[in-house]
Design a protein around this ligand. Structure first.
Ligand code: CUA
Length: 194
C-alpha cells in the first residue's frame, strides 16, 4: 500500500471512510446540541435573573457608606423597630466587624442587613443557619431566628487577606424578655464593652 494513495481509491478504505463520516456527523450533531443547550441556559438564566433579582442585588455606594445612609456608624447594631421587627446592621472591613459584639433575641425573627467596605467577607453565626457572603457595593440580607440563648462566635468565612483568621465577632443571644427590656426606646444596641 502506498502512503500517498487517497483512502477512497481502496474499496476497504471507502467503507471505512463512510463509517467514519457517519460517526463524525453523529458527533457533530451531539456537540451542536450541547452548544445549543449551553447558549439556551445562558439566555434563560440571564433573562430570569434580570427579571427576578437574587437577594444580593440591593446595592450601596461603598465610598459614601461611612458618611450617609443606612450603614453610618451610629446606625449600626441591633434595633427593635416600632413595628416590632428586630434588625441587625453591620459592616465588615479588613479585619473586623462593626459592631464587634452583636446582641439578638432568641426565638424571635431577626433580620440581618450587612455589607463590606473593602473586600469580600462573610460570616456564619456558630452552628446556626445565619450565614452569608458580604460583597462591597451590595447589601446582604436574610432573616433567621436563634433557638437558644447564649453566646456564639461569628467568624469571617471568606478569605479576605492576611488578617482573615483573626476576623470575628461575638453574638450574644438573649432571652426574649431580657432583649425586649434592653431594646426599649429604639436605640442601636450592641454588646461591645464601653
Ligand atoms: Cu474578612 Cu475573612
Amino acid at each position: 500500500m502506498n502512503r500517498v494513495t487517497p483512502p477512497t481509491s481502496n474499496p476497504d478504505h471507502g467503507v471505512a471512510q463512510t463509517v467514519a463520516d457517519a460517526a463524525e456527523r453523529r458527533w457533530a450533531v451531539v456537540v451542536g446540541a450541547i452548544i445549543v443547550a449551553l447558549i439556551a441556559m445562558m439566555v434563560v438564566t440571564g433573562v430570569h435573573w434580570s427579571a427576578m433579582p437574587p437577594s444580593r442585588v440591593e446595592t450601596v455606594d461603598v465610598k459614601r457608606l461611612h458618611l450617609e445612609g443606612e450603614f453610618v456608624e451610629s446606625n449600626l447594631g441591633t434595633v427593635l423597630g416600632d413595628d416590632g421587627k428586630v434588625v441587625v446592621r453591620l459592616v465588615a472591613q479588613q479585619y473586623s466587624f462593626e459592631p464587634q459584639c452583636i446582641v439578638v433575641p432568641a426565638e424571635m425573627p431577626v433580620t440581618f442587613r450587612a455589607t463590606a467596605t473593602d473586600a469580600i467577607h462573610g460570616f456564619v453565626v456558630g452552628k446556626t443557619n445565619a450565614n452569608t457572603m458580604l460583597i462591597p457595593g451590595f447589601v446582604a440580607t436574610f432573616t433567621t431566628s436563634f433557638k437558644t440563648a447564649g453566646e456564639q462566635l461569628m467568624p469571617c468565612h471568606e478569605y479576605c487577606g492576611t488578617g482573615h483568621e483573626a476576623m470575628w465577632a461575638r453574638v450574644q443571644v438573649l432571652e426574649p424578655q431580657e432583649f425586649l427590656a434592653k431594646a426599649k426606646g429604639g436605640e442601636r444596641m450592641s454588646c461591645v464593652p464601653r
